[in-house]
Design a protein around this ligand. Structure first.
Ligand code: BGC
Length: 395
């Protein structure tokens, strides 16, 4: 911990000197891109280094977005995966607060979507099928009988084109991918762009955009697992959560929404006032049992309010606070119930059950089959747009 703080302090002061002497501006490639050695202490620029090679020989690159207060977010062009997010606690100790792996191999070998971009469809589509304009489409079934997170090879597993640049808002990484007509069963060529920007205020802004050449369905999200303690051996049950949501979607045994919209009041799903994640996570409640904890979509208040704050998570021991803003109607709150201590944690150890939580802003699961849910249809000539911001601060 001391080590990292020290390193960050050196980075910041060296950069201040560099700023005075030569300027830190302008995206630039690190000289040691192939070596994976510590990069130049250039906090304003976007670092770039090799993160390994795919079995087909293509190289995976890690980009590091930094701000001048020493925050750093690592993103790889494989799956647009956020591999690490180093952020200070209330005492100025810098630690990594998202689950992931130290190197490429585990990402290729059964990654439970750590840090990944999810598409074309976040969460489940029942029976792996849906119809549009009377035409039935059969999708890849990768979750029992259902389709989950875009299928066998969703957007989390493809190599994106990455373009680092600086904008007025901060350091930006623009990721683009063309999903071909028929990929995982979906109709239409889909051109997708996801823009990550790290601001000076500790905000990761994510803008998702897409265009299609045939009617299709789209529901993109980000699957980072947070652990604000900075210690992956600790469960996230001591984090306090507030969710601006008066209702949620109960699920069936396959975790598909039943279609009912149920008020949270008086249930373990009520986070309208700050409550520890662990307070009722093992409550004697049929919905809790089905999810093995929380693994449900909450219906966010103010669907017509556009971009608004929908969630706050605080971790009292470290003083870290995560706020989530979105223009989406729902959020899947997942408490890492399926993590089972088999995956290798960064820096040693393994990821135990509930060592991370996700807040996946999105439209509702199974919307293509549930007419009462807000539509996820995208037609040619339209632009899909979804906006989410994760803001990390301290007390
Ligand atoms: C889903 C979980 C799933 C997890 C990892 C979440 O979005 O709701 O059911 O296990 O992603 O795949």
């Amino acid at each position: 911990m001391m080590d990292r703080t020290f390193k960050q302090a050196i980075r910041i002061s060296l950069c201040s000197l560099l700023l005075l002497a030569a300027g830190c501006g302008g995206p630039k490639k690190d000289a040691d891109a192939a070596g994976g050695i510590e990069q130049a202490p250039d906090t304003m620029a976007i670092g770039q280094q090799s993160f390994g090679t795919l079995p087909d020989g293509r190289e995976v690159t890690r980009y590091s977005l930094r701000n001048t207060s020493g925050m750093e977010i690592g993103v790889i062009n494989l799956g647009g995966i956020i591999t690490d997010w180093t952020a200070p606690d209330a005492s100025g100790n810098y630690e990594d607060i998202v689950l992931g792996f130290d190197n490429l191999e585990p990402y290729l070998d059964g990654n439970p979507y750590f840090g990944a971009l999810i598409g074309r469809y976040g969460n489940r589509i029942a029976g792996g099928s849906f119809s549009l304009d009377g035409q039935a489409y059969t999708l890849a079934k990768n979750n029992g009988e259902n389709h989950l997170h875009g299928g066998v090879k969703g957007f989390d597993k493809v190599l994106w084109q990455a373009e680092p640049r600086q904008s007025d808002a901060g350091n930006t990484l623009e990721l683009t991918y063309r999903s071909p007509d028929g990929e995982e069963g979906y109709p239409g060529n889909l051109d997708v762009k996801v823009t990550y920007t790290l601001s000076e205020a500790g905000e990761l802004d994510i803008l998702y955009e897409a265009k299609t050449d045939k009617p299709t369905v789209v529901n993109l999200t980000q699957h980072s697992y947070f652990n604000l303690s900075g210690d992956f051996s600790r469960p996230i049950t001591d984090h306090m959560l507030t969710l601006q949501a008066d209702a949620y979607l109960p699920v069936d045994a396959g975790l598909i929404p039943t279609g009912e919209i149920r008020p949270v009041a008086g249930t373990p799903f009520d986070f309208t006032q700050p409550k520890t994640i662990g307070a009722e996570i093992d409550a004697d409640n049929p919905q809790i049992s089905l999810g093995g904890g929380y693994d449900h979509c909450w219906i966010l208040n103010g669907p017509d309010a556009g971009f608004r704050k929908v969630a706050t998570v605080t971790h009292p021991p470290s003083g870290r606070r995560l706020e989530v803003f979105t223009d989406e109607p729902g959020v899947q709150f997942y408490t890492g119930n399926f993590l089972d201590g088999t995956l290798p944690a960064k820096g040693g150890g393994t990821y135990a059950r509930r060592s991370g939580f996700c807040l996946e802003t999105q439209h509702y699961p199974d919307s293509p089959n549930q007419e009462a849910f807000p539509s996820v249809r995208l037609d040619p000539g339209e632009t899909y747009s979804s906006h989410t911001k994760f803001k990390l601060t301290t007390n």
